[in-house]
Ligand binder design. Structure first.
Ligand code: XIL
Length: 400
């Protein structure tokens, strides 16, 4: 049995290496530069973690090989990734743990459509094909954003700018028609502080607002639906849970925006809470935000989850500080991940997927802040065990 498993896992690695050896993703890096601050239960191959084998129900336990199995029937478990550039250990880890992938950068406007006349689909198509062959669903990120969008999109006046986005959405969504699980239609339209546009919506003063205006959001959803009648369509943003407990701040703005979109007939399936969080993130806001979105009849995804073990975090670009990661921080991160997934599990009827924003602490845009479930050598951290335990119903909440 062990031999067969080992053989299967070797085959998996070989197959993955074959598809994953062409390019590095943009985080770049070589795995394995950051020393682990804890002793992992099992090294390098999460498909062999003892998480399942300690359960009292051996048949169920045998089926639980990774995160996706622990949450089967609840929601998809994803990571961001690109086609190519992974070590065998990383590739095997991806297959063992995730049944959903979001391309970290390649499906952004500048990844697919750097010049008006030029679409680039090769690397993205390879990823979609590989995912499809391996039973992994793909979430497209993102059709419209103020960032990572070439300047030509915003040239030529109101009608021309709207038409640029229309053509982009029509071509890109049409290209992947029937192949993707869902799309982020609009990313990060809400302002961080007060002082944004459109009253309570507090919209970010982006080039989309200065060239077209608030109606571009509704239009984008309608164009996406016209290009694919079945794909799920999401609005995605960060910190939109903040203020949910007090009906204020960015959360209140998100409710105003989502209500307007629905009232205007935008075909919106759900809302993506990015989930760029830290050790002191207010968990009551997270659960209240989920409840409020459920009340609007929306599906919910946690779309870019990472919890920094040191320093701050947010969806905003730029450094978030931080220093040495202590053992206490490693333990606290596991508690926070456990509490978050316990919230998600309580709302599994409305949550479609939970996507980690990276496969390890080094394959992370918050590199150096210990934000994910595996260290740079792909050793599972206590946070991984906490998430597995919640999924298998054997997690104990931390004493308060
Ligand atoms: C980040 C990527 O992880 C980085 O590689 C890139 O340099 C910048 O963008 N919100 C989003 C994601 O919607 O697209 C961002 O991803 C993180 C914040």
């Amino acid at each position: 049995m062990l031999k067969n498993l080992a053989a299967a896992s070797l085959l998996t690695c070989a197959a993955m290496a074959a598809v994953c050896c062409t390019q590095m993703n943009d985080n770049g890096g070589t795995a394995g530069t950051k020393p682990s601050t804890m002793t992992p239960a099992v090294k390098n191959d999460p498909s062999k973690t003892p998480a399942g084998s300690t359960s009292g129900t051996p048949n169920v336990a045998a089926a639980v090989k990774g995160l996706k199995d622990a949450y089967a029937g609840k929601f998809l478990i994803g990571t961001c990734a690109e086609y190519g550039g992974y070590s065998d250990a990383e590739a095997a880890n991806i297959k063992a743990n995730y049944n959903q992938i979001t391309p970290e950068n390649s499906m952004k406007p500048d990844g697919l459509h750097s010049q008006e006349a030029t679409y680039t689909f090769t690397r993205q198509d390879n990823l979609v094909q590989w995912c499809t062959e391996n039973g992994i669903k793909v979430h497209g990120h993102t059709l419209a954003w103020h960032s990572q969008t070439p300047g030509w999109f915003f040239q030529g006046g109101k009608e021309a700018v709207a038409e640029h986005l229309h053509q982009h959405i029509n071509t890109v969504v049409g290209h992947y028609k029937g192949k993707l699980f869902s799309w982020d239609v609009f990313n990060e339209a809400i302002n961080d502080q007060a002082g944004g546009l459109n009253g309570a919506e507090n919209l970010r003063r982006s080039q989309w607002m200065s060239t077209v205006g608030p109606e571009i959001l509704t239009q984008a959803f309608k164009w996406a639906r016209a290009a694919d009648p079945d794909v799920k369509l999401y609005y995605n943003d960060y910190n939109i849970e903040q203020g949910a407990s007090t009906n204020s701040g960015k959360h209140a703005a998100s409710l105003a925006l989502l209500k307007r979109l629905k009232a205007d007939g935008a075909p919106i399936t759900g809302v993506g809470i990015q989930g760029h969080w830290h050790l002191d993130t207010k968990l009551a806001d997270v659960e209240q935000a989920i409840k409020n979105y459920e009340e609007l009849g929306l599906k919910i995804s946690i779309s870019e989850l990472d919890v920094t073990s040191t320093g701050g975090n947010s969806g905003a670009l730029g450094g978030q500080g931080g220093g040495t990661i202590t053992d206490a921080a490693v333990k606290k991160q596991a508690e926070v991940f456990g509490e978050l997934f316990a919230i998600f599990a309580r709302h599994s009827n409305s949550i479609e997927r939970v996507t980690l924003w990276g496969i390890s602490d080094t394959r992370s845009w918050r590199r150096g802040q210990g934000a994910l479930l595996f260290d740079g050598q792909m050793n599972p951290k206590p946070s991984y065990q906490a998430v597995m335990d919640v999924g298998m119903g054997k997690w104990t909440p931390p004493a308060k």
